[in-house]
Design a protein around this ligand. Structure first.
Ligand SMILES: [Zn+2]
Length: 76
């Protein structure tokens, strides 16, 4: 009976350590997410019309981020 009790305590100790490690790992994930609180994609401002667009939709023209509308219909 004493052996079983020791075995139970041993597995309980492992479970406590595992849950402690999981608890330590979770705040790290939340910290990574908090770097981008609003959207996963970085927003940039169009250098022509000033509208905010995702970086992937913007085209870099002469060091400025230009939105798709300004690329298709460039005003003089
Ligand atoms: Zn624009």
């Amino acid at each position: 009976m004493g052996y079983l009790l020791k075995l139970l305590i041993f597995f309980l100790a492992i479970w406590v350590v595992m849950s402690f490690i999981k608890r330590l790992a979770k705040p790290g994930d939340e910290k990574q997410n908090s770097d981008d609180p609003v959207s996963p994609e970085q927003m940039v401002q169009c250098g022509h019309c000033g509208v905010y667009i995702p970086r992937s939709k913007a085209k870099n023209v002469a060091g400025k981020n230009i939105c798709k509308d300004c690329q298709n219909h460039p005003e003089p």
